[in-house]
Design a protein around this ligand. Structure first.
Ligand SMILES: NC(=O)c1ccc[n+]([C@@H]2O[C@H](COP(=O)([O-])OP(=O)(O)OC[C@H]3O[C@@H](n4cnc5c(N)ncnc54)[C@H](OP(=O)(O)O)[C@@H]3O)[C@@H](O)[C@H]2O)c1
Length: 256
């Protein structure tokens, strides 16, 4: 999903998908990076199925944990800047908002595996930009907006949890902010659309038949932090999430 948005922002860059490289294979990663010798390497690949990670722990750690370490090692070898995306789910949800240097404490396997990825990048190189983001929506991927829109047409009421708070983020806006981050100092950045909400408030912004429910009424395999609001102290804020979701839905209508 994010990879497609990045292709619009960097039209002259070379893009590689899963068919081109298996990132859990450190040798394959080193080979392609040495062949391409990029000045900047952007890694948007991950195993993003949060509930799936609970059942496929080894796979989650291989893709989200060890693979970023291989990519960092290869980037360092050719002197490339590495941009890597991480998640709000490295935090436990026990604060009102989370700053870039707050201590992580993941409560699910996805968060644990993404945190290992961050740590191995920091261990293997200096010139990295780790961009933590949250609640992504955009074209070319399974996302909350598409799922809820489709449920809204199929059923009279759609129950959506009201006790998990976060910051929705449009892939187009996140990709659009990435060149600015590349020009900044190495480190960790929090990039989301501006404003926070519950999943229920998010759904209510674009469907008329959302009904609030609690996490307890809607159990999932992976625990989710009740509050994963990322505070951005380093770059100018992106536009408000409501504007971004309106634009995404307009774009979808034009495509249909
Ligand atoms: N989605 C969210 O709500 C969210 C929230 C916070 C942070 N993030 C982070 O943002 C980034 C982009 O997320 P996204 O939602 O755009 O991801 P996505 O749509 O799930 O795309 C992930 C891509 O990674 C590829 N991939 C998976 N395993 C691979 C492997 N072993 N080797 C090579 N490629 C592999 C996938 O290919 P296949 O489909 O062929 O496996 C897919 O093309 C990720 O780092 C994610 O952790 C996402």
């Amino acid at each position: 999903m994010l990879g497609y948005a990045l292709q619009q922002v960097f039209p002259r860059a070379d893009f590689f998908g899963h068919r081109d490289v298996e990132i859990t294979n450190g040798g394959a990663v080193m080979k392609i990076v040495k062949r391409e010798r990029p000045a900047v390497l952007i890694n948007a690949a991950a195993y993003t199925d949060v509930d799936g990670c609970e059942e496929n722990r080894n796979h989650a750690f291989a893709v989200n944990g060890y693979a970023p370490g291989y990519i960092a090692n290869a980037s360092s070898e050719v002197g490339a800047v590495l941009v890597h995306y991480s998640t709000d789910y490295i935090f436990d949800g026990t604060k009102q908002e989370f700053y870039e240097d707050d201590p992580p404490n993941p409560i699910n396997v996805y968060g644990e595996s993404k945190l290992l990825g961050e740590s191995l990048i920091k261990e293997n190189m200096q010139d990295y930009r780790i961009i933590r983001t949250s609640w992504l929506f955009g074209s070319h991927g399974k996302n909350f907006v598409d799922t809820i829109l489709s449920l809204s047409h199929q059923m009279p009421e759609v129950r959506v949890v009201k006790d998990q708070i976060g910051k929705p983020t449009y892939t187009v806006d996140l990709a659009g902010a990435t060149p600015d981050i590349i020009s900044r100092a190495p480190g960790i950045y929090h990039i989301t659309n501006d404003g926070s909400c519950s999943w229920y408030e998010f759904a209510s912004a674009f469907i008329p038949n959302a009904i609030p429910c609690t996490t307890r009424e809607f159990p999932r395999k992976a625990k989710r932090p009740s509050n994963s609001v990322l505070a951005n102290t380093k770059i100018p804020p992106l536009r408000p999430w409501r504007e971004a979701v309106r634009e995404y839905i307009r774009t979808k209508r034009n495509v249909v």
